[in-house]
Ligand binder design. Structure first.
Ligand code: SF4
Length: 421
């Protein structure tokens, strides 16, 4: 019989020093040696009345974040055990939920900063969403990076709609259709996440579309993850079959010191606000940012997204400064190596040279760029093919010339694997 944490711990990929260093916290939580941040946040008291003005809530949140970070360090170093710390009320996790609710009423979840009240019927912002969240699908994803799919898959939850408009979206069925899938309450979402973890997954992978636009629902679900009474709505939830062979299905595989435990992974375009970043910082264990477009006009031309470069690089710099666990994804786009791949790699070399990068070659024309799509738009013809071999090789050469740590993650698939360790 396999045990999930043993298998996960024995992955060859951990022998890469940069991956080991940059995802150390995530690995400890995935193996249940450390508690996820959402459990630590429930042990941090907040000195504010939840009914206070939003500015007061933010001040209290910022103060409590410092307490949280100090507590995480003490837990990490073994000075204190989670089990010895009482749950406190009101706590930092609950305050994040309340702030998410407040933000929904003048939505500033993402950089569009639409300022519409999504909690009522009426005007909508760029994402077109109200208060409801929908999930297109969820499953044990076997296609993610090895550090995330591990031996039993990444517990991936796909939300509908998006705050960007990439003409070639590789998930266009859900990102362009906000009505896709199933409506989820926080309790249902928490049930889905528990099902995935108990079904073998190494993490909960919040993705879309983009998860940012569902922030209020996700925060509320995270607050219920360890509440198996109030936080449960199993209706229409299907069993997740792991399909990876035998494994230890005992509670030990998903619990830390008696509490439901799973690392949370934020898989996002990072087109988000400082407020959202701050809320996620105390709950997310590992980040998987997408960094696609260069500083020119490509984000507007191909994704109808202004302020892309300054927003995404600003948020990546925050993650670096905060010392977060992370891996970056960069998708090689046809005809965009000089204008996008090169400046993206330049920025990473200059600003975050030790973060692992997956330089992805799997781009395929989709959504509005596939000539046989009913929504094809001829102006996207330059994006209507796969990247050529010379473009892919050029991207790898650019990364190599800059000494970036990309080869382990990029070439880890069996057909290309070199097993350098
Ligand atoms: S999530 Fe972003 S796009 Fe949607 S309403 Fe809020 S600010 Fe606008």
């Amino acid at each position: 019989m396999f045990t999930r944490s043993d298998d996960f711990d024995n992955l060859w990929v951990w022998n890469d020093p940069q991956i080991r260093h940059r995802t150390a916290w995530y690995r400890e939580v995935a193996a249940n040696r450390m508690p996820a941040r959402y459990l630590i946040a429930s042990r941090v008291a907040v000195d504010v009345d939840p009914a206070s003005e939003e500015t007061e809530l933010w001040s209290a949140f910022d103060r409590a974040t410092q307490t949280f970070l100090a507590l995480q360090e003490r837990i990490k170093s073994g000075q204190v055990r989670l089990a010895d710390l009482p749950r406190l009320q009101p706590n930092l996790r609950g305050l994040a939920v309340e702030l998410g609710r407040r933000m929904l009423t003048h939505c500033n979840f993402c950089r569009w900063n639409c300022r519409v009240d999504r909690s009522t019927k009426g005007k909508r912002g760029t994402c077109g969403l109200g208060a409801a969240s929908r999930v297109g699908s969820y499953f044990q994803h076997r296609g993610e990076e090895l550090i995330f799919r591990g031996t039993h898959g990444s517990g991936t939850i796909f939300f509908t709609s998006c705050n960007m408009r990439c003409a070639f979206c590789q998930n266009g069925d859900i990102s362009t259709d906000k009505h896709n899938g199933m409506k989820v309450t926080p309790a249902k979402l928490a049930s889905i996440a528990r099902e995935l973890r108990l079904g073998g997954c190494h993490n909960i992978n919040w993705v879309g579309g983009d998860p940012t636009i569902h922030l209020h629902t996700i925060l509320a679900a995270i607050d219920l993850l360890d509440d198996e009474t109030a936080g449960t709505d199993p209706s229409r939830i299907r069993r997740v079959e792991h399909g990876f062979g035998l494994f230890d299905d005992s509670k030990a595989a998903a619990y830390h010191q008696g509490e439901f435990n799973v690392p949370l992974l934020w898989n996002s375009n990072m087109f988000t606000t400082l407020e959202t970043m701050k809320l996620l910082r105390v709950l997310i264990d590992v980040w998987l940012p997408d960094f696609k477009f260069g500083p020119g006009k490509c984000a507007v031309a191909a994704a109808r997204t202004p302020w892309y470069w300054e927003t995404v690089t600003g948020n990546l710099a925050l993650l670096r400064d905060w010392g977060e666990d992370a891996g970056i994804r960069h998708l090689i786009m046809p005809n965009h190596v000089d204008c996008c791949t090169e400046p993206v790699l330049d920025w990473l070399a200059e600003n975050w040279p030790d973060v692992p990068i997956n330089i992805m070659d799997q781009y395929r024309p989709d959504t509005h760029t596939h000539p046989s799509s009913p929504t094809y738009q001829p102006r996207y013809a330059p994006l209507s093919r796969r990247p050529r071999a010379d473009e892919i090789q050029q991207a790898y050469s650019l990364a190599r010339e800059r000494g970036l740590p990309f080869e382990t993650i990029t070439f880890e698939r069996p057909s290309e694997m070199k097993h350098p360790f």
